[in-house]
Design a protein around this ligand. Structure first.
Ligand SMILES: Cc1ncc(COP(=O)(O)O)c(C=O)c1O
Length: 397
């Protein structure tokens, strides 16, 4: 996709009226190979939040073959839906308290032999899970979520998620796990967000990027130690099925951790714009097109919509980027708008009304909350149309 010029893009999508989203399968294939290589000898669990298309998930599961270890999901209703279509392991990546309807359905799925694993980090969550396990006569499986952030004076280098951020807190929780009869610990997760989610080129400033790089390397020690400690402690009481770590941005680092058995990968498959800032890159595979509708000045045109801004700390890096035509850029004071996006154009192409402008989103799966269909391109031709979650009337978060 990166080698294509505007004429090529236009030829591929000739006859399609923007807005539309598209996926380049050749790039996706390269990303799958890269993920397998970078994960070393670890299994891969696919982060569904960064994909949000059942058709793409199916493709990934098949291509990853025996290295595929299941999905990391972000909503219980998503687990219920996907488990109608896949026979694999479903790990909830984030704690969610099931309501009664969800609990009943989840219990039925577990009783029918599906592997559904809840995420917990406190006795409060465990008590609830234990209660519904008892209510529906099922033993629910869960995974303990460790906090991998590095605590420095005035700085939490990482994310605020789980309270289990040191060995004492792990000991305290682990010592109570056997009190709950209707649940069983089968896994551990330690997501080193400060390595996986913080770009190597963050500030456009060599010195600051260097300091962030140092912090990243420094935090690896804590990550390895806490994961190893928790693995040892939990393994004394339970037979663990997996120890999960990492994400796209930390593949190599996580692959070197002997405690880890599987790595989560999602964003790397679409390689959105945020991931351009990592030293180890993937191939951009997913994008979208919006149509030119008017010209506010000689050197500008305006496209219809396009303001699909990513979640996270607000900043310029959460805006979409224009891939093609070259010489087109967003305007600082307006950026990508709700229904109108003005674009400054210094390129040489003749741009007409209705012509497409091609963008990439800053994050991976979020784009597909905006599109029902994905035009699937292989060797420069649209081969198929796949559905996003939205296209299947699914909207979880
Ligand atoms: C728990 C967890 N694991 C792994 C990841 C990595 O996902 P990705 O590969 O899409 O960056 C994330 C992303 O936020 C996450 O929340």
């Amino acid at each position: 996709m990166e080698d294509l010029i505007y004429k090529d893009f236009k030829a591929i999508f000739n006859g399609h009226t923007p807005p539309y989203s598209f996926l380049f399968l050749d790039e996706l294939d390269k990303n799958i190979d890269l993920s397998l290589k970078r994960a070393g000898d670890k299994q891969i669990r696919v982060a569904t939040k960064s994909v949000r298309s059942k058709d793409v998930l199916k493709y990934l599961a098949q291509k990853l073959g025996n290295r595929f270890n299941g999905f990391m999901c972000f909503h219980l209703d998503e687990v219920l839906w996907l488990s109608e279509h896949f026979k694999t392991s479903f790990l909830m990546g984030y704690p969610q308290k099931p309501n009664e309807v969800q609990a009943r359905k989840l219990a039925q799925r577990v009783q029918a032999g599906h592997e559904i694993i809840f995420m917990v980090d406190s006795t409060e969550q465990l008590e609830h899970l234990n209660r519904i396990g008892e209510m529906f006569s099922v033993k629910f499986e869960y995974c303990l979520d460790l906090d991998m952030s590095l605590k420095l004076p005035g700085l939490n280098f990482g994310v605020f998620r789980s309270p289990l951020d040191n060995q004492n807190k792990v000991d305290q929780l682990v010592s109570k796990l056997k009190d709950y009869e209707h649940v069983s610990c089968v896994g551990l997760m330690g997501y080193e967000a400060q390595i996986a989610g913080v770009r190597d080129k963050l500030y456009d400033n060599f010195l600051l990027d260097f300091v962030v790089g140092l912090l990243k390397s420094f935090s690896v020690k804590k990550v390895y130690q806490l994961r190893a400690y928790a693995t040892k402690k939990a393994s004394e009481l339970f037979k663990l099925k997996f120890v999960n770590g990492g994400g796209t941005g930390s593949l190599e680092v996580t692959a070197k951790d002997h405690s880890v058995t599987e790595i989560t990968v999602g964003s790397g498959y679409f390689a959105p714009a945020l991931f351009d800032g990592y030293d180890k890159r993937f191939h951009p595979a997913l994008g979208y097109a919006m149509a030119v509708q008017r010209r506010p000045s000689e050197s500008m045109f305006t496209v219809h919509g396009g303001g699909y801004v990513a979640s996270g700390a607000v900043g310029r890096d959460k805006a979409p980027v224009i891939i093609s035509p070259k010489g087109a850029s967003l305007i600082k004071n307006e950026m990508a708008g709700e229904v109108q996006t003005p674009v400054e154009y210094k390129g040489l192409q003749k741009i007409e009304l209705g012509d497409p402008v091609f963008f990439r989103h800053s994050k991976a799966g979020e784009l597909l909350e905006r599109f029902k269909d994905i035009l699937v391109v292989r060797e420069g031709k649209i081969q198929e149309t796949w559905k996003s979650y939205r296209g299947e009337e699914k909207c979880f978060l």
